[in-house]
Structures are given as C-alpha cells and as structure tokens.
Design a protein around this ligand. Structure first.
Ligand code: TXA
Ligand code: MG
Length: 313
C-alpha cells in the first residue's frame, strides 16, 4: 500500500509536522529534489528512515534548518561558512561544519561523525514544517539508495510508496538536482558534491578556489560519492556523437536526438530534465546514449550525475 499523496497547504504542513513529531516519515518537495524527512532528534525515526531508503547507516544525512539561528545551534560556522550562508541561504547549498555540542541532531543522523551537514531549503514547504517542529529535520533524497532522485510526488510513490506515512505534493521540483555540498573542515574548503548551485558562484563569494574532494570510490563518507549512484537499470553510454543500433539517443542544444535535455542548450533546463528523462527512458529502453554536455556552470553537476549513473565498475 502506497502512502497518501496530498497537496501542500497550510493545513497539511501542520499535519506533516505532527507526523514528524510522532516519529513518522514524510516525503516533501524542496527546490532541488523530493526529500524523505524525519525528526533529526529522534534516533528511532532516523533508523526507520535509513531502512525505508535501504541506505547504509554509515552515510550521514543533511540536517535541514529553517534559519540561521537554528543552524548556529547545530553547527559551528566559521567566517567563510557564514559568508556562504548569508549569500546563498535559503537555497541549494549544504555546508559541512563541525557539529555543535548540545545540538538537537542525533548522532545516528550524523553517522557518528563530529561534523554536520546543514542546509536551509529554498522551498517554503520544508521551512514551514521545520519551524512548526521547532528543530531540524533530516531529509535524504526520497529514493531507494543508489537510484534516481525523485522530482515529483509520483516519483516518490514509485520509489518508496511503502514505509512512508505521508507524501506531500508540491509539483515538480524547480532545480531537479541535489544541493551543492561544501566542506568547511579543510582549508581551502572542499567541494564534496557539485549540485544546484554552481561552483563559480561560491568561489566568487569566498574569493578562492574550492578544493576537489578526494575520490571516495566505494568507501565514501557520502553516498553521492559512490562511483555508481543516481542510477537507472539501463546501460548508459556517455559522450556519444550518434546512436549505435539498439540505443535511444539523448541530445542537447544543436545535437538533436530521439530526446533532448534542452533543445535551446540551457543547462538549467537540462538539470531540471535530467532525472525525469532518465526515469522515463529507463522504463522502455535498455541502452541510452547521451551526447557530450558542457562542463561549466551547472554542467559540472550534470556530468557528475551522468558519470555515476553510467558507472558499471
Ligand atoms: O538537495 C539536497 O541536498 C537533497 C534535498 C532533499 O534536500 N538532499 C539530499 O540528501 O541530497 P542525500 O542524503 O541524498 O545526500 C546528502 C549527502 C550525502 O552524500 C551525505 O553523505 C553527505 O550529504 N553528508 C551528510 N553529512 C555529511 C558530513 N558530515 N560530511 C560529509 N558529507 C556529508
Ligand atoms: Mg541522494
């Protein structure tokens, strides 16, 4: 039995907060992808959440906060982290900082790490739920571990129907790619996951380049760093200039295919189309060929997701 899908309204946001307070799981829209939320302070709920996703419990979750004061109760933001929070929150940027002693987020949600990932979502629905709960919620993408992230309520039902108490429907996610994750545990700060906020914008605020994350292979601190992730069942061939027999071909810009990520060559549009298109093609095709995409701007995150979706070990 799949969980009920109900639209986001002031009433259902209050209902969602009540479910979370009672230890339940709620799938909700954000501006990046749909998240599967639970009370960050409740280890039983966090354990249930890991189970619903089929996620290895050594992988830490992002604590979603409703504002800077709540962030400061959970983590220690240095001047650089603070500058990024001021420039980009609310929005698709997650900051990894030292966890603050006495914060509400339980150790299981942090996978026992001394650090914490903090994000203030740009979407109003999660911020209202967090405010109503009065403490952070943790919310990984609402997909089974390793699979394509959901960008509609229906995607969520397809991924996780059972084991979720409520699915809030806020329409299709605006960005369609997960938040960018930057760690402030190192000097210079490290880009752990490219995402919905382009690297160059962060580097402009910091006045310095971000270090590359060490390639984590199959023993990651971040599941998004797993070589194979965001993955459909279909075989994916990247940087294809033309389809081979039996392949469905995805183009971009001037490269026309059977489908396109963006006919106008917009990376923003390609980011928003990426997961829905992979999900759709995966239903009907075994082999997907994708043309090369630019590496700059949002292209860094799109290419990162494509590499992981294509990886076969
Ligand atoms: O856009 C997003 O960030 C979405 C929406 C729902 O907010 N959430 C999301 O969560 O993508 P998830 O769990 O799928 O990815 C969180 C990433 C993982 O790769 C995790 O390992 C990393 O954040 N992470 C969490 N805490 C960390 C920490 N202390 N150090 C390093 N990485 C951390
Ligand atoms: Mg995820």
């Amino acid at each position: 039995m799949s969980a009920a899908i109900i639209p986001v309204t002031p009433q259902t946001l209050v209902q969602a907060a009540a479910i979370l307070r009672g230890g339940g799981l709620v799938a909700m829209p954000t501006e990046t992808v749909y998240g599967l939320a639970c009370d960050a302070a409740n280890p039983d709920a966090v354990a249930r959440l890991y189970e619903a996703k089929g996620r290895p419990s050594f992988n830490p979750l992002i604590a979603h906060i409703s504002g800077p004061e709540m962030a400061a109760r959970e983590g220690v933001l240095d001047a650089r982290a603070q500058a990024c929070a001021e420039a980009f929150w609310p929005g698709p940027l997650t900051l990894v900082v030292p966890a603050r002693e006495g914060g509400a987020t339980c150790e299981l949600a942090r996978a026992g790490l001394a650090s914490i990932a903090l994000r203030m979502p740009g979407h109003g629905a999660p911020r209202h739920i967090i405010s109503a709960l009065g403490r952070p919620i943790v919310a990984p993408s609402a997909n089974r571990s390793g699979r394509i992230s959901p960008v509609t309520a229906r995607d969520v039902a397809e991924e996780l129907g059972e084991g979720v108490d409520l699915i809030l429907d806020g329409g299709r996610c605006e960005l369609g790619l997960e938040s960018t994750i930057v760690s402030f545990l190192t000097d210079p700060p490290q880009l752990l996951r490219p995402g919905g906020l382009a690297r160059a914008e962060i580097e402009a605020v910091l006045g310095m380049g971000l270090a590359a994350a060490a390639s984590a292979g199959d023993a990651p601190t971040a599941p998004g760093q797993l070589s194979r992730h965001y993955a459909p069942d279909a075989h994916i061939r990247l940087n294809a200039t033309a389809p081979q027999p039996g392949e469905i071909f995805v183009g971009f810009g001037e490269v026309t295919g059977d489908y396109t990520l963006s006919a106008t060559g917009s990376l923003r549009e390609a980011a928003a189309n990426l997961y829905p298109l992979l999900r759709k093609l995966d239903r009907h095709h075994d082999r997907i060929a994708i043309c090369p995409l630019p590496a700059e701007g949002l292209g860094e995150a799109i290419n990162d997701r494509l590499r992981r979706a294509a990886y076969r070990g």
